[in-house]
Design a protein around this ligand. Structure first.
Ligand SMILES: *[C@@H]1O[C@H](CO)[C@@H](O)[C@H](O)[C@H]1NC(C)=O
Ligand SMILES: *[C@@H]1O[C@H](CO)[C@@H](O)[C@H](O)[C@H]1NC(C)=O
Ligand SMILES: *[C@@H]1O[C@H](CO)[C@@H](O)[C@H](O)[C@H]1NC(C)=O
Ligand SMILES: *[C@@H]1O[C@H](CO)[C@@H](O)[C@H](O)[C@H]1NC(C)=O
Ligand SMILES: *[C@@H]1O[C@H](CO)[C@@H](O)[C@H](O)[C@H]1NC(C)=O
Ligand SMILES: *[C@@H]1O[C@H](CO)[C@@H](O)[C@H](O)[C@H]1NC(C)=O
Ligand SMILES: *[C@@H]1O[C@H](CO)[C@@H](O)[C@H](O)[C@H]1NC(C)=O
Ligand SMILES: *[C@@H]1O[C@H](CO)[C@@H](O)[C@H](O)[C@H]1NC(C)=O
Length: 605
């Protein structure tokens, strides 16, 4: 069929637009002759402001000790010009003690990224690593001629042991400068150390040593920083794996694997990818297939599935309609979530003094996923060696169903999947015998509708992601049972997108999207961990006119309601923007425990 002269498949460009990965841009340009703008997309510089636009992602502010002045220093300043495919920018990191600050006990450590940029540029993925351990995965904001500025603050207290040592900081942004794309990212990274006050002493230390504190040792499961590009593994297809050999000290009594993932190029919009049958029957070329389900598996020594990650649908700052994200960016875009897997039950498999291998694969993956991980280890300082055993383990195969119905370009696809992983293991250390029970449960559903000659796509997706970790402690004098982690996450996602050919290589797109990150965490009184509830939902809608990969005109509006509740304290923000302007911004926080009348409004997603 003469796809080069018909208005079909305009939606498909989505899969290639906002990739941040210039190598793919080149290949995609030649992959198809569909009537869609060449990827990626950025916005015309005509409408400009008097002062730099400040972009932001709505998040609950980090709790820092009231009144405490942090000890802060700049760890890196760099201008990222043409950095694509080059080695990461490196800086020597020294801990506060080597910066003349004798205090060593910190209640909070915060990484602050601030960047400015001016001119034209795409959104770019970037990572920050210390000693190969990833501290931040993020996406840049797209600049304007009059400049932009943005700040990302991340609580990095959990990397405490690493931050108390000398190390090498590595930052990689895949940025390209040409005559047209002129935006250079001017970046400062500062770390703030908040001294622990007298009141912040960890009072539950007696009940379960170590289980509420940060890890003693963090091992990078990432690539060598001498390589070009970032330190992540690149997963290019469903059979590809990224892996690394590692060995751990023999006195580990707890281990948590923290996994970072991001998806780009053909899988940047994996939740909108078509079933291959539909692509083949309609002779579509250059479109992203294998349907809308993706799962990241974590595998030990090539055989044991330790856990899984069903990722949140992060939309980068140039995604779907770049005008949506100006200046409120999509949930997670400036601070991509990482995913923890409690691997303590499996310790006996790695504590034999031999090297082992951790690998990552992505079900149905298309080029390309960036994945790496940090292995957080707690060490028994009173013994050379712990004892451990995996008592039971069950990882049922993925349950997956896909209904594919279509006639020509009109179609309806329903994809469902679920998985559960259960593992029980004990560890004997100087703290006694502790049995850990891991229970991961996942559920996925995606309903996709295609219409208007494949120019219309409607998606409704839900991911449920439940983690439970239980501990049973036995010592000579007593035994008890503790709920360590209860986390229930729900990631709702809805998209409506319709495309119209305006002739003359110009297309217009109408789209709206609903994106939510909701998480309930159970409380744990033994460890002094309060329960919490987060609901963070964005709704965006608008249109754009695109000519030659430039958004020539359009309008994007976004509203977001974020509410976090914990221990009767709450944080609430209701904010909206349209055409670069904040329409309203209602921020409230405080104590909600004293009476209903003073309560802020409760919202439903
Ligand atoms: C970075 O820090 C330098 C020195 O403190 C300052 O002059 C500059 O404005 C900062 N740049 C950004 C983007 O914050
Ligand atoms: C960091 O390295 C410096 C210079 O080699 C050394 O003097 C200092 O003791 C080291 N600090 C730590 C915490 O290892
Ligand atoms: C998957 O990707 C790997 C790594 O690039 C490559 O070696 C392999 O041939 C690919 N497999 C398929 C089926 O394309
Ligand atoms: C797809 O291509 C095949 C072979 O070129 C052709 O027989 C078939 O009619 C085409 N189908 C459509 C829907 O264009
Ligand atoms: C089509 O685009 C070209 C190049 O941008 C422009 O010169 C021409 O006037 C346009 N034609 C119409 C009918 O809009
Ligand atoms: C998205 O747009 C479509 C078409 O205009 C409309 O039917 C639908 O209600 C919209 N959804 C939202 C959440 O705005
Ligand atoms: C957006 O705002 C600019 C001024 O900053 C204005 O020129 C433009 O017309 C507005 N766009 C829309 C679609 O309202
Ligand atoms: C957010 O603010 C808008 C505008 O004031 C209001 O219409 C809406 O009801 C508010 N939403 C919530 C959940 O408070």
């Amino acid at each position: 069929m003469a796809s080069s002269s018909s208005p079909f498949f305009l939606f498909l460009f989505l899969a290639f637009l906002h990739c941040h990965v210039p190598s793919a841009v080149a290949s995609n340009l030649h992959r198809s002759r569909l009537l869609r703008p060449s990827p990626p997309l950025e916005v015309s510089l005509t409408a400009e402001a008097d002062s730099p636009t400040r972009f932001f992602e709505v998040t609950k502010p980090i709790d820092t000790p009231p009144g405490a002045e942090p000890f802060s220093y700049l760890v890196l300043r760099h201008q990222f010009a043409y950095t694509y495919g080059k080695p990461p920018v490196l800086a020597t990191y020294t801990p506060p003690s080597d910066q003349g600050y004798s205090f060593r006990d910190f209640s909070k450590i915060v990484l602050e990224w601030t960047a400015t940029c001016r001119g034209r540029q795409f959104d770019r993925i970037f990572g920050v690593w210390l000693g190969g351990v990833e501290l931040l995965r993020s996406c840049t904001a797209e600049p304007r001629a009059t400049g932009i500025v943005w700040t990302v603050k991340k609580d990095i207290t959990r990397y405490h042991s690493l931050l108390m040592k000398n190390g090498t900081l590595a930052v990689y942004i895949g940025n390209i400068i040409t005559d047209v794309y002129t935006g250079i990212y001017d970046v400062n990274i500062t770390i703030h150390f908040y001294p622990a006050g007298a009141a912040s002493g960890l009072d539950s230390r007696k009940s379960l040593p170590g289980y509420h504190s940060t890890a003693d040792l963090i091992l990078p499961i990432s690539q060598n920083s001498l390589m070009n590009d970032g330190l992540w593994f690149k997963i290019e297809n469903s059979t590809d794996t990224g892996s690394k050999k590692f060995s751990v000290p023999r006195n580990v009594y707890r281990a948590v694997l923290e996994v970072y993932v991001s998806f780009h190029e053909n899988d940047e919009f994996w939740y909108g990818n078509y079933p291959n049958e539909y692509i083949e029957a309609n002779n579509l070329t250059g479109v992203a297939g294998n349907g809308p389900f993706r799962e990241v598996l974590v595998i030990l020594d090539g055989q044991t599935v330790l856990g899984s990650v069903w990722p949140f649908t992060v939309i980068f700052t140039g995604g779907i309609n770049p005008l949506f994200w100006r200046p409120i960016t999509a949930i997670g875009s400036f601070n991509l979530p990482s995913y923890d897997i409690e691997i303590t039950p499996f310790l006996s498999r790695i504590l034999d003094g031999e090297p082992h291998e951790l690998g990552f694969s992505v079900t149905n993956a298309l080029n390309v996923w960036y994945i790496d991980a940090n292995l957080h280890l707690w060490l028994d300082h009173k013994s050379q060696m712990t004892e451990s055993e995996l008592v039971s383990y069950s990882s049922s195969p993925l349950s997956y169903s896909s209904e594919v119905n279509f006639k020509g370009f009109d179609g309806k696809f329903i994809t469902r999947a679920s998985r559960s992983i259960l593992a029980t293991g004990w560890v004997k250390s100087s703290y006694g015998k502790i049995t850990t029970v891991l229970n991961q449960r996942f559920k996925f559903s995606n309903k996709m509708m295609m219409g208007n000659e494949a120019n219309l796509q409607i998606i409704q997706q839900m991911i449920s992601y439940n983690d439970k970790v239980d501990l049973k402690t036995e010592s000579s004098s007593s035994s008890s049972s503790v709920r360590l982690i209860r986390s229930y996450k729900k990631f709702p996602f809805k998209l409506y997108m319709n495309a119209f050919d305006q002739g003359n290589d110009t297309h217009s797109y109408v789209a709206n999207v609903t994106l939510g990150f909701n998480e309930k965490k159970g409380k744990n009184l033994e460890l002094g961990v309060p329960g919490s509830k987060l609901r963070n939902v964005q709704k965006a809608d608008g249109y754009m006119v695109v000519k030659n990969n430039l958004v020539a005109s359009g309008l994007g509006s976004t509203s977001e309601v974020c509410r976090f509740d914990s221990k009767g304290d709450y944080y609430f923000r209701n904010v909206s923007s349209s055409n670069y302007t904040i329409l309203y911004d209602d921020v409230r926080s405080g104590c909600d425990g004293r009476g209903r009348r003073d309560s802020p409004p409760v919202f439903r997603a």
